[in-house]
Design a protein around this ligand. Structure first.
Ligand code: O2Y
Ligand code: MN
Length: 585
């Protein structure tokens, strides 16, 4: 427990509102967590998996109506609507506290309230931030144990400080019509009600580490970004770090845990994962950008994860992990999902807990089924994962899924041009996502659902950071998803993406030339190493082609997207767009 008056006030206020029968402070002690897991097993909230095959692992099934983040019910509650901006849903904070407070009122009667002190970032690191999550869900407690650092040591690090995020979560009735994920950036507060699933309830992740933290970063002069962080180790032992932002379904976790192709590993190249989803980035004393991963685990999509696509992710799930909404193999009490292997279990339950026949054609695992796994399980976790100051960034990469528009890789001309490149990021929908194929969704810096304030101000913050960073990382854009006439991907992707990272890191050190195009610098085709690949230099030329007509159409889409920001759009971005238009003439 703690003497911190602000923490006690927050907990007491929450007790008065939610009226739980019992309150339990989460100490981080393994015996306490084990007793909670045992309790959750009795109610079916957690199912213990085969201890020999998957030691310390559990299966969790969410409610059928509660299987993903709910962007439509996620709100930024600022006094002025303009401060939330045109991309976010906005709710007046007075109205939000009153109306959603009524849903919280008495919602924990007959239940236990758990108080989880947690740290985003290693405890005691100058980069780290503390939160208190109050919840009525054991699944949340045990997941927060994996995804963050929790317990008494966090309260010790907080001391008397009032600098903590207040997170209140209640499953309530899981009524989706009364589901709200509310952020009060001006009060350091998050309220989540009527959901029990992932990103809606593990409040350290998207709610704190992106939405609230992006607002804190703007006010405090740093950046909270939806980026993986990886280190490329060269044969001479030197390691260069990259942060990269991609919209969902672009293979972010796969890139974060990339396995070098044999040609590279034989020479001594290695890739180390610092983080797969979120980066907190600050200017170091040396004038470079330094990044930490504020999380302690991975909350990865299960379907499609296999020993070929991402062995490091799969191996990360082999102990002390929680699987949500996957198939349960009843013969050996292990788990399975589509794309794990070609041998679906014969005797199995689907994600809903129903008897499931793989031959039926129905999917067994939910498409958004997840594993929650400790980062330290990952075979390629970086030795700098816990480094208090993080890692220095040589490059920032933006990316999207574009069939034709964006080349395999291009470098922005300078920081402001790089911010422009991030601001126009977009992905084309796949059939799996929406049913409509090829619809362009603008997702600036992959932060569309995660900026906790007006996106135009967020762009301005990026521009402003550029004026303060003495040694700026170079900014690039990649597109692994260009397709041929038959719609097939041209670039092999996965581990071979290291070939592109190699060019990027060479550019950062001025070790390789490039060709100027209207959108930035592309590689000379012969400078992308294709040794051992089934493609030739002409194919690479095609992958690097910048088609003016396609980009003129793209500019129309950018104009339309920018229009919603009105006069708030930073003039630097307007200028970049004008320059692009002029170069395309
Ligand atoms: O649907 C959810 O609750 C999870 S969404 C998610 C999980 C891990 C990493 N990234 C994301 C995302 O939506 O970007
Ligand atoms: Mn994400």
């Amino acid at each position: 427990m703690t003497d911190n008056k602000q923490v006690l006030k927050f907990v007491n206020d929450s007790i008065a509102l939610c009226k739980p029968d019992k309150v339990m402070w989460i100490t981080g002690d393994e015996a306490q967590l084990e007793s909670l897991r045992a309790e959750a097993m009795k109610t079916g909230e957690l199912i213990k998996l085969n201890e020999k095959e998957l030691p310390g692992c559990y299966l969790h099934r969410s409610a059928l109506n509660d299987v993903a983040r709910v962007e439509g019910r996620t709100f930024i509650c600022t006094e002025k609507e303009e401060d939330a901006g045109p991309i976010n849903n906005w709710m007046d904070p007075v109205k939000a506290y009153k109306e959603v407070g009524a849903i919280f009122n008495g919602c924990m009667k007959g239940r236990t309230m758990y108080v989880i002190p947690f740290s985003m970032g290693a405890i005691g690191s100058p980069f780290s931030k503390i939160g208190i999550e109050i919840t009525d869900s054991i699944y949340v407690v045990v997941s927060m144990k994996i995804m963050t650092r929790i317990g008494d040591k966090v309260l010790e690090a907080l001391g008397d400080s009032n600098d903590f995020v207040r997170g209140l979560h209640a499953k309530a009735d899981l009524d989706e019509s009364k589901r709200y994920i509310l952020h009060f950036p001006q009060d350091n507060t998050i309220w989540s009600v009527n959901s029990g699933y992932g990103g809606n309830v593990l409040l350290g992740k998207k709610c704190f580490a992106l939405r609230i933290a992006s607002y804190q970063g703007k006010n405090e002069g740093w950046m909270a970004e939806h980026m993986l962080i990886l280190g490329v180790q060269f044969p001479n032992g030197e390691i260069k770090y990259i942060a990269a932002a991609f919209p969902s379904a672009c293979g972010k976790t796969n890139l974060a845990m990339l396995i070098p192709p044999e040609l590279y590993s034989k020479k001594g190249y290695k890739v180390w994962c610092v983080g797969d989803d979120i980066a907190w980035i600050r200017i170091g004393k040396d004038g470079r950008l330094w990044a930490i991963n504020p999380e302690n685990g991975f909350f990865g999509v299960a379907p499609g994860t296999n020993m070929k696509s991402n062995p490091n992710a799969l191996l990360s799930t082999k102990k002390n992990a929680i699987f949500t909404n996957v198939v349960q193999n009843l013969d050996n009490n292990t788990v399975w999902w589509e794309g794990m292997d070609k041998n679906p279990p014969k005797n199995a339950l689907n994600w809903k807990g129903e008897k499931w026949d793989a031959e039926s054609g129905e999917k067994g695992a939910h498409p958004n089924s997840r594993f929650t796994a400790p980062a330290i399980n990952c075979p390629c976790i970086s030795s700098e994962f816990e480094a208090p100051e993080g890692v220095p960034l040589s490059a920032i990469i933006f990316g999207g899924r574009r069939a034709k528009t964006a080349p395999l890789v291009y470098q922005s001309r300078d920081w402001n041009n790089g911010v422009f490149v991030g601001s126009i990021m977009a992905s084309e929908t796949t059939a799996a996502a929406t049913g409509a194929v090829g619809v362009v969704r603008r997702d600036p810096m992959a932060m569309r659902p995660f900026v906790g304030y007006n996106m135009a101000d967020y762009f301005a913050h990026w521009i402003d950071m550029g004026t303060k960073i003495a040694h700026k990382p170079k900014i690039f854009n990649v597109n692994w998803f260009r397709t041929d006439e038959e719609g097939k991907f041209i670039w092999p992707g996965f581990g071979d993406n290291l070939r592109v990272l190699e060019w990027i890191l060479k550019r950062c050190e001025d070790k390789v030339d490039a060709i100027e195009t209207p959108i930035g610098y592309v590689p000379k085709a012969e400078d992308i190493n294709i040794e051992g690949l089934d493609i030739d230099v002409d194919t690479v030329k095609g992958l690097l082609d910048v088609d003016k007509a396609t980009w003129k159409t793209e500019v129309e889409g950018i104009e339309e997207f920018y229009a919603q920001f009105g006069t708030k759009l930073p003039k630097e971005l307007r200028k970049e767009l004008d320059t692009l238009k002029a170069k395309l003439k």
